[in-house]
Structure formats: structure tokens, C-alpha cells
Ligand binder design. Structure first.
Ligand SMILES: Cc1cc2nc3c(=O)[nH]c(=O)nc-3n(C[C@H](O)[C@H](O)[C@H](O)COP(=O)(O)OP(=O)(O)OC[C@H]3O[C@@H](n4cnc5c(N)ncnc54)[C@H](O)[C@@H]3O)c2cc1C
Length: 405
């Protein structure tokens, strides 16, 4: 049975995130963006709303909602600003849900619970100065010494690098496999900011998502107990790819929110601005841009809803999530560009939000698999060059707790 109606609980979440972001964030976002300032006050407020553990089961400190709730929150947050959705992507999507699926009972108690409650903030460290799409190119190594690993390396372009407490880090534990670029030599670890040898910095030259924190972190001989390894030795690459299934989902739903924001801002402006004696919305070429935003919004939404539904069912969704992410981010770039166009010169100034949308949308076309990587993946599925093998650990299936209206 396909049912696209949101449940009462999901509708309530949608309304409360929408109301909170409009009240608490929208009035200040232009200022934060202009000042390149991350506002840490949003974190406890997001925790109070239950967003930092939105789809983490209550037994692990979360709100116990389903995966569609994560998508709903992502869409609503990015409607106001991408920086808000990024928090959800790294903290919940990439980090906490990986611990939920792959973490030990002890790791869940020590890390997942405080993260889901919002007492600790988490992120995901895969990318390095010389390795993004090509994960095999990472240089970080973790050398085992008794019941500890000593990690050395640098991670770059990390969301919340200067804010997070806990980091899901990927490093080579088998140096022979590193030499031959065999990904079964990569392992995953939980690293804490407080561990000696850890340092981080904020990236200053970024030109989008300016109200978000992005940076780098270094690990110089950081001693990590073996109990902080997530999964088994050599499962790091699989865990990274698993994490991306959840991160990409939040990016897809977020980009859908950005398309809606572009659509709404453009429709409003098109009713206000007049040229040649009529509202610009009366001109067919302006209508065309707004119609494209509407069709992209509706299609992007259906795609992330399908991916979320598959997650709820406990079914593999790498292909569907990748498609949702690719489609929504590329469409959001088109929508943001056209939203600036609809606003004419006013769109080229900070007086209107569409310029910010235009700068913000581009990041998502790059991170969590670039447009090109996703294109290749989708072609490979169709061509039969790529199939998904079962992973050892999965997310628990989840169902919405309240019946549909
Ligand atoms: C704002 C922002 C936040 C980020 N946050 C995080 C984070 O929290 N954690 C994290 O680990 N990373 C993060 N990243 C990093 C991001 O995931 C990488 O930038 C991304 O994976 C691309 O890697 P790259 O920048 O090294 O580009 P490259 O891999 O060097 O790619 C450069 C170009 O070559 C193309 N290309 C590369 N390989 C192929 C191929 N095989 N076929 C066709 N084209 C190809 C790419 O599509 C791209 O156009 C973030 C990035 C940004 C911009």
C-alpha cells in the first residue's frame, strides 16, 4: 500500500520545525551569513525540539520517530538555511545513525545516547586535503599498540569541525592494503575532541553556507582505545558508504526544501514586481521558471519520500537515495539560479534571500558524492555494472507511530 499522507506526528514535527526556524533563525540568518558566523545557540534549541536524535530510538535517548521524520526536518531546516540542515546531516545522518547500526552496546551508551539527547555534537571525517571522491586516497593511519590505536592524519572540509565533540573518523589500519589501495584495510573510529593530539580549525575562505561551520582537524598521534573502533577491523569503507546512504538522504530532502524556498520567494516577488504595466508573473518566460521550480520540487520530494519509506521498511536504498540526492541537488542549483533571475538586479543583492540560496545550493552538488559520481553510479546500476551487496549491519526498520489522517 502506498500512502503519501504524513501522519499526525509527522505533520506536527513539520509544523514545529517550520515555526521554530521562522521564529528563531529566519530573522537573524542574513546577519549571520554576512558575518560568516555560526550561531551555537541553535544547537540546544534543536535538541529541545528532539531534532538531534529525531529518528534514534527512545532507548538510546532519541525522539523515536521514523526516517521520514528525518527527511521532513531536513526539508524544513533547509527551507530557511542550508547551515541548519547540515547540522542534521552530519550529526544524525552520517554519525549517529552509523553508531545505531554498527556501534557496540557500549558505544551506543557512551556516544549515541548523549548525541541523540543533544548533549554532545557529532560529525563525520572522511575527506582529506588530497582525497574526496577517491576515498582510497586518504592518508590517515591508525597503528595498533596493544588495546589502543594511535591515529595520525588530517581531515579537511569537515562540517562542524570546530564545533563537534565527537568525530567518526576513517583511517588505514592495514598499511600493506593502503599501499595497494585495497579498501578492506580501512577502519572506522570514534575520536573525541578532548583526546590529546587533536586540534581543529575553521575554514575562512568558504563562499557558501556562511552561517555554517566548516573546517579541518588534525590528529597527531591521537591515542584511541580499541573499544572506539566502529565495526570490525577493515569495515571502515563499508561503514563510510553506509553512512553516506543516510547523509545523502538528508541532503536530498534539504535540497528539496531549498527548491521550495526558491519557488516561494520567486512567486512572491513575481506578484510584487511590475514591468510593462503588469506583474512579472504575467510574463510567460517568468512563469516558465516558476513552473520548473514547482515540478522540480514535487519530483524531488517524491524521490526522498521513497528513499525514506524504503528505510522505514528496512530495505536497501543506496540506489534510490543516491538518485534522490543527485536529482534534488542539481534541481536546487537550477531553482536558485532562476530565483535570482526572477528577482533581476534585486536578486544580485543581499536584500533578498535568493542570492544566499544560490551560494548555498552549490555545496550539496559537491559533497556526499559529486554530481558526476552520482551520474556514474546511476548509469552503472542501469547498465548492470553495479549491484548492492548486503551489509553486515543495517538500520532497524521503523514505522511511524501514529496512523495517517
Ligand atoms: C561545504 C562542504 C562541507 C563538507 N562537509 C564534509 C564533511 O562533513 N565530512 C567529509 O568527510 N567531507 C565533507 N566535505 C567534502 C566533500 O565530501 C568532498 O568535497 C567531495 O567528496 C568531493 O571531493 P573533492 O572536493 O576532493 O573533489 P574531487 O574528488 O577532487 O573531484 C573534483 C572533480 O572531479 C570530478 N571527479 C572526480 N572523480 C571522478 C570520477 N571518477 N568520474 C567523474 N568525475 C570525477 C568530481 O565530480 C569533481 O567535479 C564537504 C565539502 C563541502 C564543500
Amino acid at each position: 500500500m502506498i500512502n503519501l499522507d504524513l501522519t499526525e506526528e509527522q505533520l506536527l514535527l513539520e509544523a514545529s520545525v517550520r515555526e521554530w526556524a521562522a521564529r528563531e533563525v529566519a530573522p537573524h540568518i542574513r546577519e549571520c551569513d554576512r558575518e560568516h558566523r555560526f550561531d551555537p545557540r541553535v544547537l540546544p534549541q534543536m535538541a529541545d525540539l528532539g531534532l538531534l536524535g529525531v529518528c534514534v530510538p527512545a532507548e538510546y535517548g532519541g525522539a523515536g520517530m521514523d526516517y521520514l521524520a528525518l527527511g521532513i526536518a531536513s526539508e524544513e531546516l533547509e527551507y530557511v538555511d542550508t547551515s541548519l540542515r547540515v547540522i542534521l546531516s552530519v550529526h544524525v545522518g552520517l554519525n549517529s545513525l552509523s553508531l545505531l547500526a554498527w556501534g557496540t552496546a557500549d558505544q551506543k551508551q557512551r556516544y549515541l545516547v548523549p548525541q541523540a539527547q543533544g548533549r554532545k555534537i557529532a560529525t563525520f571525517g572522511l575527506t582529506e586535503p588530497a582525497a574526496g571522491s577517491d576515498v582510497r586516497g586518504i592518508q590517515t593511519v591508525a597503528i595498533q599498540q596493544g588495546d589502543r590505536y594511535r591515529i595520525t592524519g588530517e581531515k579537511m572540509w569537515i562540517s562542524l569541525a570546530d564545533v563537534a565533540d565527537n568525530f567518526l573518523v576513517f583511517a588505514w589500519t592495514d598499511l600493506e592494503k593502503k599501499r595497494v589501495r585495497d579498501t578492506s584495510g580501512i577502519s572506522a573510529f570514534i575520536v573525541e575532541r578532548s583526546m590529546p593530539g587533536f586540534s581543529s580549525a575553521t575554514l575562512k575562505e568558504k563562499w557558501g553556507i556562511l552561517a555554517g561551520n566548516t573546517g579541518s582537524f588534525k590528529m597527531e598521534d591521537v591515542e584511541v582505545p580499541s573499544a572506539n573502533m566502529v565495526g570490525r577491523p577493515g569495515e571502515g569503507f563499508k561503514i563510510a558508504m553506509f553512512a553516506l546512504d543516510q547523509g545523502r538522504y538528508t541532503v536530498a530532502a534539504g535540497a528539496t526544501g531549498l527548491i521550495r524556498a526558491c519557488r516561494d520567494a520567486s512567486a512572491k516577488y513575481a506578484r510584487e514586481r511590475k514591468t510593462f504595466g503588469v506583474e512579472i508573473g504575467e510574463h510567460q518566460l517568468v512563469k516558465e521558471m516558476i513552473a520548473q521550480m514547482e515540478s522540480d520540487y514535487q519530483a524531488a520530494r517524491l524521490l526522498w519520500l521513497r528513499a525514506g519509506w524504503l528505510k522505514n521498511e528496512g530495505r536497501r536504498n543506496t540506489r534510490e537515495t543516491g538518485l534522490a540526492k543527485w536529482f534534488a541537488t542539481v534541481a536546487s542549483e537550477r531553482a536558485a539560479s532562476d530565483a535570482v533571475q526572477v528577482h533581476g538586479a534585486n536578486g544580485y543583492s543581499d536584500e533578498y534571500p535568493v542570492g544566499r540560496f544560490y551560494r548555498n545550493c552549490k555545496g550539496a552538488v559537491i559533497y556526499e558524492g559529486t554530481r558526476e559520481i552520482h551520474k556514474v553510479m546511476q548509469a552503472d546500476y542501469v547498465l548492470g555494472y553495479r549491484t548492492d551487496r548486503p551489509t553486515r549491519c543495517d538500520l532497524p526498520p521503523m514505522q511511524p507511530t501514529v496512523a495517517s489522517r
